[in-house]
Design a protein around this ligand. Structure first.
Ligand code: AMP
Length: 284
């Protein structure tokens, strides 16, 4: 695996394979790699000839300076894990490489970006995500880019930006990888103090309660959400949001019908902000 730090070097490394007709897969990450990331890298490895993993803690998508400062960074560890999972190239640009002096262009995706994560983290969050992902897609020009279902709203924002801007890439989504007890893997989990680790299960408990209530026949979104909140309260966790939305548009759902519905939840457990989601499907 080669580590590359500049856009010209990345282009140079990928030119040969591209000309030879080899497919390129891109896995964007902010590092602190865990099984969730590695599952995406292995998926890319299985489908593509050249696997590029990017490692960039994107400052523009953080609304909280402390969160950005506290974000775990360990390039040597990430490089070893990415190589073992099958990456050919680790792209680690500096902030100045991504945002050179005079940088003035932002990709904003209206509507989908506004509720839930957008409302909690502010409008700059998804603008930061959409802009950096658009840039990474332009830098590497992959055939396929891989993202995790754990960040469901991010997936919807990226899919829409790719469609609206005619970016020639296929977006593929990998399932959420979890700890054995159900906690979704996140780079932020390492910051959970032992005393809060158990309470972090509240998100999954809330989603499970919604799922069980839906399976028992409840269709009213307000009631389903209230059941989820009550299950979280048992672990003394109050969600920032727990809502049922359309998985493509992120508009609120009032009643669950035959179409799949996304149940999205976010909560602070101690100092750590966690998110998770589940899909309710009439067939499941
Ligand atoms: P991040 O480094 O948090 O920006 O995440 C990089 C990619 O990994 C994103 O596409 C995430 O959705 C994905 N990801 C993060 N956590 C998980 C997880 N537990 N399971 C699957 N994918 C994940």
């Amino acid at each position: 695996m080669k580590t590359i730090r500049t856009v010209p070097d990345l282009r140079a490394a990928l030119n040969g394979p591209r000309r030879a007709g080899r497919s390129i897969g891109l896995v964007p990450t902010m590092g602190a790699l865990h099984e969730g990331h590695l599952s995406l890298i292995r998926r890319a490895r299985a489908q593509c000839d050249q696997v590029v993993v990017t490692l960039f803690v994107n400052p523009t998508q953080f609304n909280d300076h402390q969160d950005l400062a506290a974000y775990p960074r360990d390039e040597a560890r990430d490089a070893a894990l990415a190589a073992e999972a099958g990456a050919d190239v680790l792209f680690v640009p500096s902030p100045a490489e991504v945002y050179p002096r005079g940088f003035a262009t932002t990709v904003t995706v209206d509507e989908i970006s506004a509720p839930l994560e957008g409302a909690q983290r502010g409008p700059a969050h998804f603008a930061g995500v959409a802009t950096v992902v658009t840039k990474l897609l332009n830098m590497a020009q992959p055939d396929v880019a891989f993202f995790g279902q754990k960040d469901a709203q991010q997936v919807a924002v990226i899919r829409r930006a790719v469609r609206d801007l005619d970016i020639p890439v296929r977006i593929e989504v990998g399932e959420t990888i979890r700890e054995p007890d159900g906690l979704a893997l996140s780079s932020r989990n390492v910051r959970l103090p032992a005393a809060d680790r158990h309470r972090a299960l509240a998100l999954r408990r809330g989603l499970d309660a919604v799922r069980a209530c839906h399976a028992a026949g409840e269709r009213d979104a307000t009631i389903l959400a209230a059941i989820g909140r009550a299950a979280m309260a048992e672990l003394a966790v109050e969600p920032e949001y727990l809502e049922l939305v359309d998985p493509d548009t992120f508009t609120e759902i009032h009643s669950v019908g035959d179409e799949p519905v996304l149940v999205a939840v976010a909560a602070r457990v101690g100092d750590v902000r966690l998110i998770d989601n589940d899909i309710l499907d009439a067939g499941r």
